[in-house]
Write a protein that binds this ligand. Sequence first.
Ligand code: APR
Ligand code: PHB
Length: 395
Amino acid sequence: MRTQVGIVGAGPAGLFLSHLLQREGIDSIIVENRSRQYVEERVRAGVLEQGTVDLMHRLGLGARLDQIGLVHHGIYLRFNGSTHHIDFADLAAGKGVTIYAQHEVVKDLTKARLDSGAPIYFEVANTSIHDFHGASTTSHAKIRFEENGDPRTLDCDFIAGCDGFHGICRPSVPAAALTVYDREYPFGWLGILAEAPPSSDELIYAYHERGFALLSMRSPQIGRLYIQCKPDEDIAHWPDAKIWQELQIRLAADKFTLTEGPILQKGITGMRSFVVEPMQFGKVFLAGDAAHIVPPTGAKGLNLAVADVQVLAHALVDFYKSGHRRLLDAYSATCLRRVWKVQRFSWWMTSMLHRFSHDNAFDHRRQLAELDYVTGSRSASQSLAENYVGLPLDL
Ligand code: APR
Ligand code: PHB
């Protein structure tokens, strides 16, 4: 088998890249080790920056997004029982965010890929990458995998490592060539999907002495809510009634009622910040979770993956059109400038809104003062707003 760009992973990064390349006439083949159903049902986050929404429209893939996506023009910060609106329409030049679950994005992109007839292999096994050292494209890199037990070799000019944090592409790069930056947080998130009409028109980020809480949603009928918990929390210790009781306490505020309902799904996720540098080695270009992880407090994971592959697609198009490697050679530096800004914003939101076990009463007061400052200062709330809706994309 032969193609121009071999894409490992059919998550948002791999799928968006495939569509960006296809519309410029650049061939790609996607290999994914899970089933289509699994990737289309994997519950993840659901906040799309303006830039991600605009890209889905540019790709002609925004129909369902327009039908069921919830457009928000702000978020609420809640602390000390009072609620403060961060108005994106006023503070971020009218930009907003759209609540549309990541697996719905994956569904739209996967259907469009299959409808186009372009190749995507699901449920492959034993994926490995080879011969990717050295930049020159006179020799081909190889992706080896098994399809229904039969070994396959895919020759390609470039490999896009879009296989997530636990994929094979990053670990295939010689460790000596990479520098890892990471931070683990001393807490996790217990998240639920609930059949209850959301009790707010926009997201509520709550700081409470018992820990963080977030009210998000998926539709006018389905809520998505999170509470800060211990990193090694056992979900078995959290019967539904206890989860609602804790949400009631942490989200309590004047004139606010939290509507409860049957919990459809619940789970616990760890919290970490992770960056690997560089994001390119020879013919391998890492994008999305394969190169970086952000804590979910800033709602950036998906959007950062989408930003990476827009930079990569732009560089690949320039290479195939002009033969110049300038943008390909700048790929890692270009992405990392944004990655570190988004890491900073996600770390800042996480630090401002969560209780840290090693903190004391001074830190509690300091966090409350920070929230008071952010919600009371136009420039501080504007900084939050412009980061939340998405920083401009440098290609
Ligand atoms: N071979 C083939 N596919 C693989 C392999 C492998 N060895 N390992 C992993 N994959 C697939 C996974 O099954 C997954 O479908 O790669 C895909 C990676 O997708 P994501 O993990 O969704 O990562 P990415 O596309 O970078 O999107 C980042 O996902 O985790 C969220 O919060 C994160 O929102 C962010 C987004
Ligand atoms: C979600 O809707 O799942 C969500 C929203 C905002 C976040 C994280 C997750 O910061």
